[in-house]
Design a protein around this ligand. Structure first.
Ligand code: MSP
Length: 512
């Protein structure tokens, strides 16, 4: 049977151009997608844009544009970014597409038919920026403005007829689901926040708006637009051709293995989304992981704060793989992380240029000078060889577990440690002094090449473009990269030719 894996990013609001926070969510999701592929899974990786609602309507009105034309333009910048980030997504969904309209309409009809939705009146606080309703105790006054204590964004008073979803009815079933699926919400600290919020009592949720028109209309009452979060969350099944539950994509990939999101939108994914699905009698996703924020000077990066590090500028200046490596390694996954160009430059110089680049370069040029660019015939491995090689075997199951638990940093620590040990191995073995002992010389070369192969396979989900270049040394094609081969110490075939490589990462001169 095929092993399938479905991973999603949040779908981004095209209310403004993408920034580093968006790039971060996408890069992390791409890391997991690529890893699962080389582990042997058939992966479906989805990203896209969330285009309805008052936030988008206002942003379009502000510059006098029709909302769809406005979305066409900005959604394209997100699509372009996904290409620039070398994302391996299988699809890019826009909520203004017909397939999504059909899917949301059907989900609504089911909920209405099952009497999970009723008409009443909403009066309360609403944040257009978060597209979220807040209760009185979640609001505070700041500089004479009412803001949400949770997000800090401004709220406004809304009073209008609205459809309500019977969220309160799902409080106990949700709590039961969380306790039966202890890893549904990760990281642990966030799970506890969600559980205590649910325990404190769930109120029915307003799921339609009447005061604006940019959205999917309630099928039975065209005066109402479906609440943008009910609309947006449904994207995860629209892309699998829901409502056709017999469709191959839906059957192969739903329920999703991982909804990767930022911590700011955990409540929607870990409470509302499973409640909608429970009410519609559809299977629930297996995991929601809420990562931390990318901070710039200790604040969340956002347009309104004017502290945006533009991913495109950074990529043009330093290259994509250094940015991917830096974000994945230096931001402690699950927590907030402060980023800066200075730290990025240090990371390029120490890890990528000095450690990884240097290892590849010096080993290959040594093979060029001393073994005619051929993989040599090796002798028995000695204990020095086995100590470093066997770690890949011993830790193999743990490495897979780290990925399955989204313990990104543990996976990366292993790589950094092995890079350090591989360089040390080559130094300590001093192959340049072994020219009279050809068997040992050849074995050292063989081990060094094996280490480059293994480490590069592990680096592939992080720095795919560079890893593909390095694996060309061994004529390993991208489609053939197989994580399971890292436990094989004799993968490389003696007498096969290897290819040379160009400099992988240039050191950044600090006075640049
Ligand atoms: N459209 C909704 C999501 C709907 S999903 C069904 C939305 N969009 S958003 O564009 O405002 O943000 C999407 C995601 O971008 C956040 O959840 C988070 O994953 C990421 N980030 C946005 N700013 C961020 C940072 N400063 N740092 C890290 N990620 C953040 O919410």
């Amino acid at each position: 049977m095929d092993k399938n894996y479905y991973i999603t990013t949040p779908i981004y609001y095209p209310s403004a151009r993408p920034h580093m926070g968006h790039a971060y969510s996408s890069i992390v999701a791409d890391f997991f997608a690529r890893f699962k592929r080389i582990e042997g899974y058939k992966v479906f990786f989805l990203t896209g844009t969330d285009e309805h609602g008052q936030k988008i309507q206002r942003a379009a009105e502000k510059i006098g544009k029709d909302p769809l034309i406005f979305c066409d333009e900005i959604s394209k910048t997100f699509k372009d970014l996904s290409i620039k980030l070398n994302l391996s997504n299988n699809d890019f969904i826009r909520t203004t597409e017909k397939r999504h309209f059909d899917s949301v309409t059907e989900l609504w009809n089911i909920l209405e038919k099952k009497k999970e939705i009723y008409l009443s009146k909403y009066s309360g606080w609403y944040s257009v920026s978060d597209e979220a309703f807040y209760s009185e105790d979640e609001i505070e006054t700041n500089n004479e403005k009412k803001i949400s204590k949770i997000s800090g964004s401004e709220v406004e008073w809304v009073e209008e007829e609205s459809y309500f979803f019977k969220l309160s009815k799902w409080q106990e079933p949700l709590l039961k689901f969380y306790s039966e699926n202890p890893k549904f919400i990760l990281p642990e600290s966030r799970k506890n926040e969600v559980i205590s919020f649910v325990k404190s009592g769930l109120r029915d949720l307003s799921v339609s708006r009447k005061s604006f028109s940019w959205g999917i209309k309630v099928p039975s009452n065209k005066d109402h637009v479906i609440y943008v979060w009910l609309d947006a969350l449904t994207n995860y099944i629209s892309a699998l051709n829901y409502p056709n539950t017999k469709d191959k994509l839906y059957k192969s990939y739903w329920p999703a293995d991982l909804h990767l999101i930022g911590k700011d939108i955990l409540r929607f994914h870990a409470i509302y989304w499973p409640a909608f699905l429970l009410a519609a009698n559809l299977p629930l996703p297996k995991r929601v992981y809420g990562h931390g924020w990318i901070l710039s000077g200790d604040e969340k990066m956002s347009k309104s704060k004017g502290n945006i590090l533009d991913p495109l500028e950074i990529i043009d200046k330093y290259g994509l793989d250094p940015l991917r490596y830096y974000l994945l390694k230096e931001v402690s996954f699950g927590n907030d992380g402060n980023i800066s160009q200075e730290k990025l430059e240090n990371c390029i110089n120490s890890d990528l240029a000095n450690n990884y680049g240097n290892l590849c370069q010096r080993v290959v040029s040594f093979v060029e000078k001393n073994a005619n660019l051929e993989i040599p015939e090796k002798d028995q491995f000695n204990s020095d060889d086995l100590i470093i090689l066997d770690d890949f075997k011993k830790e193999f199951n743990n490495l897979i577990k780290y990925i399955n638990d989204q313990e990104l940093n543990l996976y990366l620590n292993f790589i950094v440690d092995k890079l350090f040990s591989a360089n040390k191995y080559f130094n300590d073995q001093e192959p340049w002094k072994k020219k009279s002992d050809i068997k040992r010389l050849n074995t050292i070369i063989y081990v060094a090449l094996e280490l480059i192969r293994k480490i590069t396979i592990m680096l592939y989900p992080i720095i795919p473009e560079t890893a593909v270049k390095v694996l060309k040394i061994f004529n390993i094609d991208e489609m053939k990269i197989d994580f399971n081969t890292i436990t094989n110490h004799e993968y490389l075939t003696p007498k096969n030719k290897i290819n040379t490589i160009e400099i992988l990462f240039k050191k950044i001169q600090k006075n640049d």
